[in-house]
Design a protein around this ligand. Structure first.
Ligand code: HEC
Length: 100
């Protein structure tokens, strides 16, 4: 078990609000993993997956995190690929999605 998590990830784990810097990191990872090739955010992106702009009203943070890690683990025939994203990166992407 590794405990060398970054500041933003610790804040998220213990429920302390995280800052703009963390959201920006998440946004960069969202682009890096080409999430927007399938998902619309801010009216930009592909449409094979659901639009994510208001995702915080539909899903709990933990659920968003789990989907990013591996949607196929609990949804059979999911069209969303498992991209082998680390826990840390998945937290940042979750923070970005919660900011929308
Ligand atoms: C190849 C297309 C594709 C890519 C790339 C993709 N997704 Fe998805 N995603 C989907 C589809 C399709 C669904 C709807 C569930 C299903 O059919 O499996 C989904 C569902 C979701 C959901 C749940 C939304 C809801 O309303 O239920 C979230 C959150 C999500 N994706 C986030 C991401 C993030 C973050 C990334 C990048 C790390 C990403 N997705 C990359 C296709 C994709």
């Amino acid at each position: 078990m590794a405990f060398n998590l970054s500041h933003g990830v610790w804040c998220w784990l213990i429920g302390v609000p995280t800052g703009k810097k963390d959201v920006k990191l998440g946004k960069n990872y969202f682009k890096k993993y080409s999430c927007n090739s399938c998902h619309v955010v801010n009216m930009l992106g592909g449409e094979s997956g659901p639009q994510l702009d208001n995702i915080k009203s539909k899903m709990k943070p933990q659920e968003i995190f789990k989907v990013i890690k591996d949607l196929s683990a609990f949804k059979k025939d999911s069209k969303m690929p498992n991209m082998d994203i680390s826990d840390e990166v998945a937290v940042y992407i979750t923070l970005f999605l919660l900011s929308l």
